[in-house]
Design a protein around this ligand. Structure first.
Ligand code: FE2
Ligand code: FE2
Length: 358
């Protein structure tokens, strides 16, 4: 029987099915793109590398990995209160992000099938992996008496349109940052097993290898379209995507500090580690990386953290909506200013290091 007292206070669409989290600037996005433009891309300059990566996808190393074992067979009611809420939210966000990858890759695989078979195969095999990841997370949600209606999510979410090259920058970064997040949590819990309060983290080691390979696929696609990496616009866009991905993760995670603390992590240390590593990795393909060691980098993000706290306070106050609007304005401006200043912080040119060991 479900002990309703221990259930987190989530809104349900029907018994046990959680109403998806409200969309904000910081929630995982759903993407769509110009399929014809992607179909017409000539990939011949890097076809061998693409084929090699697809061959790895076919080998399907994680075919038998995503199977739940007896470690899950117990009640999780002892994870309660705020920790339970944060846990369920972590699972939901991760599941939504994985599922959004699945939808995009599946659609790309379908639309490119006859026009660009190599790309189509890569996308289909990646959608296979993302479906497993999302499914595994959704099963985990059921341990907390919740589940996400993925069909409903497919229909009800709004889709963000990105031209193909922006899809490549964004998905490349989300795969690589996903890799670093999963492996960092895994290694921390491997060193501190008593912090592993739920078994799903044991699966992260092989899991993150899927994300790493997915990132490599986009790396190879961008190299097959060299102008996405070499012209002056590439520098500006890579800078933009690096900053948006890092800032979004930072602001999201700091808001949920207590979740990371429940795993024994220091949230800020975790962020520094993941951002530093993702920035280094991206610098091997992007023409620039961010100067994340610059003192302004985290100082400005911290100002945004403070602004967001104020914004939350205003929204939860009893002031009338129009008053709230004017109260919020200075914090929005401050956030925009901090991010603009960060955007113009001098980047590090990585081109001279390209060609060295990848
Ligand atoms: Fe995934
Ligand atoms: Fe992935």
């Amino acid at each position: 029987m479900v002990d309703s007292l221990k259930k987190p206070g989530f809104e349900e669409m029907r018994a046990g099915t959680k109403v998806p989290a409200k969309e904000t600037l910081l929630t995982p996005r759903f993407y769509t793109t110009d399929f014809d433009e992607m179909a017409q891309m000539d990939l011949s300059v890097n076809e061998d590398e693409l084929k090699a990566i697809i061959e790895e996808f076919r080998a399907d190393y994680n075919r038998h990995h995503f199977v739940r074992d007896e470690q899950f067979e117990q009640s999780w009611d002892h994870i309660d209160g705020e920790t339970r809420q944060l846990f369920a939210e972590f699972l939901e966000r991760s599941c939504t992000a994985e599922f959004s990858g699945f939808l995009l890759y599946k659609e790309l695989g379908r639309r490119l099938k006859n026009k660009s078979p190599l790309l189509a195969e890569g996308f289909n095999l990646m959608s296979r992996d993302e479906a497993r990841h999302a499914g595994f997370l959704n099963k985990a949600l059921s341990d907390f008496n919740l589940s996400l209606d993925l069909g409903f999510l497919t229909k009800s979410r709004s889709y963000t349109f990105f031209k193909p090259k922006f899809i490549f920058y964004a998905t490349y970064l989300s795969e690589k940052i996903g890799y670093w997040r999963y492996i960092t949590i895994f290694r921390h819990l491997e060193a501190n097993p008593s912090d592993r309060i739920y078994p799903i983290f044991r699966w992260f080691e092989n899991w993150c290898q899927d994300e790493n390979r997915h990132g490599d696929f986009f790396d190879a696609v961008m190299r097959a379209q060299p102008q996405t990496l070499t012209d002056w616009k590439a520098r500006l866009w890579c800078r933009f995507f690096l900053l948006s991905v890092f800032a979004t993760m930072y602001l999201n995670d700091i808001q949920r500090t207590r979740f990371y603390e429940s795993l024994g992590l220091n949230t800020r240390e975790f962020e520094y580690e993941v951002i530093k590593n993702t920035n280094e990795t991206a610098g091997r393909v992007f023409p620039v990386k961010l100067n994340v060691d610059h003192p302004e980098f985290y100082d400005r993000l911290e100002i945004c953290v403070k602004n967001n706290e104020k914004l939350t306070e205003i929204v939860s106050s009893n002031s009338p909506k129009p008053v709230q609007f004017f109260q919020k304005l200075p914090y929005y401006f401050s956030n925009a200013w901090q991010i603009t200043k960060l955007y113009f912080l001098k980047t590090i040119d990585t081109v001279p290091t390209h060609g060295m060991a990848r």
